[in-house]
Design a protein around this ligand. Structure first.
Ligand code: SF4
Length: 304
């Protein structure tokens, strides 16, 4: 078995984010680990206000569904009589009136050009409202109206960790925090809901991070954990990743990557064989550490 949950020796833990960055670029991982700083690859048309708005509004939506008594009553009564579309419409109206519209007014007063992107944020949120309403209605078969919302939406942050066994009998601990979970009673599965405003520049490392959150959570909760990703720009998107696919990615790729990460961190300046640059050269054009990388590593690829 490539993976074990029994630690065999002490070693400093990596975060799931460290692994994501290492899949993006070994040099960026090295720089982040040793010097800190920014390590996000933002698209050329990135707008900070829209990024903040989507994440903020999605969190407020989850909290509102979790806490609001006017939403709780929508799921009352006989399971057979609940109509998903009608419930979603009512949640949508409440959310628009009390949260989205005031938010919209404030933002477009500051910058009217944000209107179109905010409209797309609204469309993704309505899709999310429908999907959540649907799963809460399904879960009413298994729990009563007083607890169904709270047993479906898990908004608290959950710390997770796991110790991987790597090649040559070494071990490496990995840590992370998971939030925004949905539980489906029918399939006995958790779903990690991941919001990202922009479609990822380099999708694979992002997917690897999701696979790790899913894997570590499965180890803790002992149920399968799927992942659902919503994004807003450049066009609306929703993607579902099954536990089976995510688990396979972790088992086949992560232990050897952890070994590489440790090897890269052992390198010191002016020694031969530094951590390699990213295999995706286009990432260098939008890399927040490009200048540091050029001055620190002896390589020609990103120079000039
Ligand atoms: S400039 Fe390129 S090689 Fe250097 S850290 Fe950034 S992505 Fe990696």
């Amino acid at each position: 078995m490539p993976i074990s949950n029994k630690p065999q020796l002490q070693s400093p833990p990596f975060s799931i984010n460290d692994v994501k960055v290492a899949f993006d670029c070994p040099r960026l991982f090295y720089l982040k680990h040793n010097f800190g700083g920014d390590y996000s690859f933002l698209p050329q048309d990135y707008i900070q206000e829209i990024d903040n708005a989507f994440l903020d509004l999605a969190n407020q939506l989850m909290n509102m569904i979790w806490q609001e008594s006017r939403i709780k009553v929508l799921f009352a009564g006989k399971f057979e009589g609940l109509v998903v579309g009608a419930i979603a419409n009512q949640i949508q109206q409440l959310f628009y009136e009390f949260i989205f519209f005031p938010y919209l007014q404030t933002l477009i007063k500051k910058d009217a050009t944000l209107g179109t992107a905010l409209y797309q944020v609204w469309q993704v949120l309505t899709k999310l409202i429908f999907n959540i309403s649907e799963i809460i209605v399904k879960n009413r078969r298994y729990c009563n109206e007083n607890v169904v919302v709270r047993r479906t939406l898990i908004t608290a942050e959950i710390p997770v960790d796991y110790t991987f066994k790597m090649p040559y009998s070494k071990i490496q601990k990995l840590t992370g925090k998971v939030n925004n979970l949905i539980f489906d009673f029918e399939s006995r599965r958790l779903y990690i809901v991941h919001y990202q405003t922009y479609e990822t520049v380099e999708a694979f490392p992002e997917l690897m991070a999701l696979a790790l959150y899913s894997f570590l959570l499965k180890e803790k909760k002992k149920v399968s954990v799927d992942a659902v990703v919503y994004w807003v720009l450049p066009k609306l998107g929703e993607y579902h990743h099954s536990w089976e696919k995510l688990e396979n990615m972790v088992e086949s790729l992560v232990p050897s990557k952890l070994e590489k990460m440790r090897e890269w961190l052992r390198w010191e300046e002016f020694q031969p064989d530094p951590p390699p640059p990213t295999e995706k050269e286009y990432l260098c054009d939008i890399c927040p550490q490009r200048e540091k990388c050029q001055s620190f590593f002896d390589r020609g690829k990103v120079e000039g």
